[in-house]
Design a protein around this ligand. Sequence first.
Ligand SMILES: [Zn+2]
Length: 637
Amino acid sequence: MNGRISQQTIEAVKNASDIVDVVEQYVVLSKRSGNNRFGLCPFHREKTPSFSVSVTKQIFYCFGCHKGGDVINFIMNIERLDYVEAIRFLAQRAGIAVVTDSHPQARARREEQDMLTRINTDAARFFYAGLNDPVGRSARAYLKDRQIGANIQRKFGVGFARDSFDALHHHLTRLEYPLKLQMDAGLVRESRDGRPIDMFRNRLMFPIIDTRGRIIAFGGRLLEGVGPKYINSPETRLFSKNRNLYGLNFARKTRAGFLLLVEGYLDVLSVTQSGINCAVAPLGTALTRQQAEVMGKIVKKVVIAFDGDPSGRAATERAIDLIEERSIEAEVLMLPDGLDPDDFIRAEGGAAFVALIERRLPALDYRLEMARRSNERDGELDKVAYQEAALQVLLGEKNDILVELKLEQVAENLSLPLTAVRTEWGRRKALLRREEAGRAQSLPPPVRSFSEASFSRTPARAGDIPPPTDEDDGERESLSTDEVTDTELLFLAILAQVNVKPSEMNDPVRVEDFSAGQMRMIAAEVLALAEEEQLNQDQLIALSQDVDLAGGKLPELLARVFIVLPEPNELGDWGTDLQRYTWEMRRRQLQILKQGILNRMRTCPADEAAATAIQTELRKCTEEITTVSEQLASLRI
Ligand SMILES: [Zn+2]
């Protein structure tokens, strides 16, 4: 990113891009009725509309998949662009020239990322030197055993973290990196007795490099001794393991037309060594939705080559779903039982692996093949079970022509006439339709009446926000543990609409009233803007762009609130609302504080002075909770 797009440009772009006009280029919206319009969500499959657009607030929100935000977020999601690209996209559409400037916050973030990149690069050099030093003998022996040659080691910067508690820490300190940065980068942590110690010890090290060529993290494989086999760097300002893939820095340049998705670091190395330059791997976890999204920006097809064991097959099933959800074509490489790509290449050679890739299967064929194999006993097909499994697979396929073709194949395997199999399939399809219709009828009333009837006249309360729970919820992937409450979201949303100075509240809100972590950082910026009377909904959403919380992305969480919030002129007594939210937030933070004090008391050494200090702290905290509770009670009279 060269400089940041100026605030004036962002405002001009937003003013020129009515969200309804923009959305209607992608989604058919219902006729105007009230301030919200509805349509079928373009981001998840659905039959009844849960995607809503607020004409007055210029916000969209999907009650099904929780995607939401302003017009820029909509373009980011639908065109798969980042924030800056989305603004440029809309600017071009509106014929607006883009002006960039250097925003202090953006600059600070860039500087922090630059520092993390530098320290990671120096750590990678240290690890690389370790591998080629006498201390790296065991690591070299391991690589030799895995037949990973020197060229590939160099290409991927493979290294070795010495079997020492602080070798890297001392090295980085000699290079004058402050301890805080060493810890922020996840290279050094504090031991139980408070000494700085290396995060990675006696491990083969794989630098994780992003698509811009920066070393953003490390994966380490234990060579011997106790501990988890693989560990990764923790999440940092530079690294989110949900959004990155190992090997993508090279694989993104492939001309193969697809990415080969393998399970581990060594698979990537080994596949690349056999001359295939499109291998990537998730970072020690199952594939995530964001990783599927990242791949979708580079290729239209992903070939999955996970282990041929039961857990590899389960991971394959899940990966197919995630990949197809992103409208990327999924194909599967079937490895012989129990082998991973690395095993296969060592046993059969690179040429055999290339030949295997040529025989990869489309996802549907793979699933049908698995249905056949899993119902074969000693070469005999259990026809009843196979028919059951195969029809189940085909019921999930949307393309009817494809289904027709595959039914022929199933009939052939069963030695049955096609008409018999087709009749059975039709019967099941009808059954499924009836079930779906039944389920739809038992659903609660459509969201439209919910969002409009319940909120148009009554002021919003924290409990009124639609809860972020439905079938999609369990799959949300966010590694952040930073929290935010509905009360905090409501407070920020109302503050952005009413333009009041926080200092003019009876009992002004404070940054510490917000949940610890990223919310406090955002709150500090938002409250400062509000104090200058510069805060509005657009500013709030723009500030929250990169904030990932335990419950989801902040812009989406805010959209969930904005979409149900009454219009600014119908907000009612918002002054009292803001005061109440402030006190509710404060009481919650005090209760968290009190819990912390109680925990410390339990583990406290029997030092009398310290014990007295904690007692005092506890009493003070309890008193404050009482005060806030009384203040809240006074509002209810
Ligand atoms: Zn949706």
